[in-house]
Design a protein around this ligand. Structure first.
Ligand code: ZN
Length: 223
C-alpha cells in the first residue's frame, strides 16, 4: 500500500470541527459520535457521516453510514416515495445474481464497520455481530442507508445503493457541488434536535433511540 495515499485518505476521513458544524447544520441537530467522514462533496463538505459502532453512552449502533447532505437525502426520499423499495424487493426475490451481490454488500458493510471500530479505538461490538442496516442482506427497508453505503464504499460494492444513485442523477451527481443554499449557514449551528426525520433505517432491535436529554426509565413498560 502506498503510505502517502493511505495517510491522505485517513486525513480526509477525520472530521474537523468545521465538518461537525456542517453536519449539524445539514441535519438540523447536533451530531454525536461521528468518527469519520467517509464521503465528501467535490467541494469538501460531508455527504455521509460514519457513526461509531458503539455510542459514547454505551449503546451498540449498527447504522454506520448516515447520509447527511440534504440534496441527496431528499432525492433519495423521492425514490422511496415513488415505491422504488418495493421494486427492488421484487428484483431481489427474482434475481439470484443480484441477491448474492446484495449479500456481499451486507458483508462489506460489516467489514467496513469493523474497520471503523478498530480505527476509532472502539473495537468489536458483539451485540451487533452480523447485523447491518437498511434491510440487508435480504430486504430493502431504507434507501438512505444503501446510498450512504454506496457513497462511502464507492461504486461496485452495494448494487442497490448504486442503482439508487443512478436513479437520482436528475437531482444529484457526484461530479457537481449542490451545497449552495442546501442548508442554513447563518447564525449559530443547531444545539437542539430540530430534525423532522427519525434515524435512517435503525433496525427494530434497536427500538426507539432514547431522547438525548432525558434520563432512561429502567422501570419502564417492560415490553
Ligand atoms: Zn459541495
Amino acid at each position: 500500500m502506498e503510505s502517502n495515499t493511505a495517510a491522505a485518505r485517513d486525513e480526509s476521513r477525520k472530521p474537523t470541527a468545521h465538518d461537525l458544524e456542517v453536519l449539524s447544520r445539514q441535519l438540523g441537530r447536533p451530531v454525536r459520535d461521528v468518527v469519520e467522514i467517509p464521503a465528501r462533496c467535490i467541494c469538501g463538505n460531508p455527504l455521509v457521516a460514519a457513526t461509531a459502532p458503539r455510542l459514547s453512552n454505551g449503546t451498540p449502533f449498527p447504522t454506520t453510514f448516515y447520509l447527511t447532505h440534504p440534496v441527496v437525502t431528499s432525492a433519495v426520499s423521492r425514490l422511496e416515495a415513488a415505491g422504488v423499495m418495493n421494486e427492488m424487493n421484487e428484483q431481489l426475490a427474482g434475481d439470484q445474481e443480484l441477491s448474492a451481490a446484495y449479500r456481499s454488500a451486507h458483508e462489506a458493510y460489516l467489514a467496513a464497520r469493523n474497520d471503523i471500530g478498530a480505527r476509532s479505538g472502539i473495537g468489536s461490538v458483539p451485540e451487533i455481530d452480523g447485523v447491518s442496516a437498511g434491510g440487508m442482506p435480504t430486504r430493502v427497508k431504507c434507501l438512505h442507508v444503501l446510498v450512504g453505503h454506496s457513497l462511502a464504499a464507492g461504486p461496485g460494492v452495494n448494487p442497490l445503493g448504486d442503482e439508487a444513485l443512478d436513479r437520482i442523477r436528475e437531482w444529484w451527481t457526484a461530479d457537481a457541488c449542490y451545497c449552495d443554499r442546501a442548508w442554513d449557514t447563518t447564525g449559530e449551528p443547531p444545539s437542539k434536535d430540530l430534525s423532522r426525520h427519525g434515524p435512517q433505517g435503525l433496525p427494530e432491535i434497536m427500538g426507539r433511540p432514547a431522547p438525548a436529554r432525558k434520563t432512561a426509565n429502567p422501570a419502564g413498560a417492560g415490553e
